[in-house]
Design a protein around this ligand. Structure first.
Ligand SMILES: CC(C)(COP(=O)(O)OP(=O)(O)OC[C@H]1O[C@@H](n2cnc3c(N)ncnc32)[C@H](O)[C@@H]1OP(=O)(O)O)[C@@H](O)C(=O)NCCC(=O)NCCS
Length: 175
């Protein structure tokens, strides 16, 4: 199934399909305002779309961030949305791995994510303790704040993740 999947950087005209995808992937949450704003933030955003037979079935965003203005290249993964008819077929994993590879190729050191550890552990994400998220998380979410090192140098980064404007909304960081 997934050998028919094409993953590429999104184009401006993909917004129509992206706007249809999010409400079905997230029926209880309106992430479109965030997604629209992030897509307006190029080049600080890596936006990847997955197509199956010319139908958009998935989308993920990696936002380039920094830690207190330091030079280390870091990124934040999210949101990621796979059409419900296409979930559990490896498409989410394929998009994430494509994004991680591209970020690694441009020297990104660490990628952060706030998400289900059961899902993100498969890519090597581990609980993050050295770099704080932009807003304090409730205790029950602390295990969901994770990161993946893409760089040989494993000396831990410390500080607080600085995110571009679209991510600076407390509501995005609370249950
Ligand atoms: C979570 C999501 C991105 C995963 O993408 P996917 O293409 O379905 O996942 P993959 O096929 O690569 O991996 C499938 C595995 O992921 C796990 N998985 C899938 N959805 C999961 C979820 N919501 N939570 C935890 N694990 C999940 C399962 O273990 C599954 O393996 P299994 O089929 O053997 O049980 C997708 O299900 C989705 O878009 N969900 C709705 C939106 C969402 O919750 N996005 C993530 C938060 S931003």
């Amino acid at each position: 199934m997934t050998d028919k999947i094409e993953i590429r950087q999104s184009l401006p005209e993909d917004i129509i399909s992206i706007e249809k995808l999010y409400p079905v992937a997230f029926p209880d949450e309106d992430l479109l305002p965030l997604v629209r704003e992030l897509l307006g933030e190029e080049p600080v955003v890596l936006s990847l779309v997955a197509f199956a037979d010319k139908i958009m079935v998935g989308h993920a965003i990696f936002t380039i961030c920094d830690i207190g203005g330091r030079i280390d290249k870091v990124a934040l993964l999210g949101p990621i949305a796979i059409h419900p008819d296409w979930q559990r077929q490896g498409i989410g994993s394929a998009i994430v791995r494509t994004g991680l590879r591209r970020l690694e190729n441009v020297g990104t050191r660490q990628v952060y994510v706030l998400g289900d550890p059961v899902y993100y552990a498969r890519f090597g994400f581990e609980t993050e303790n050295g770099v704080a998220p932009p807003y304090p998380l409730p205790d029950e979410w602390l295990g969901a704040w994770q990161s993946l090192n893409l760089h040989g140098d494993k000396s831990p980064l410390r500080g607080k993740l600085s995110v571009p404007q679209p991510w600076r909304q407390h509501a995005l960081w609370v249950p």
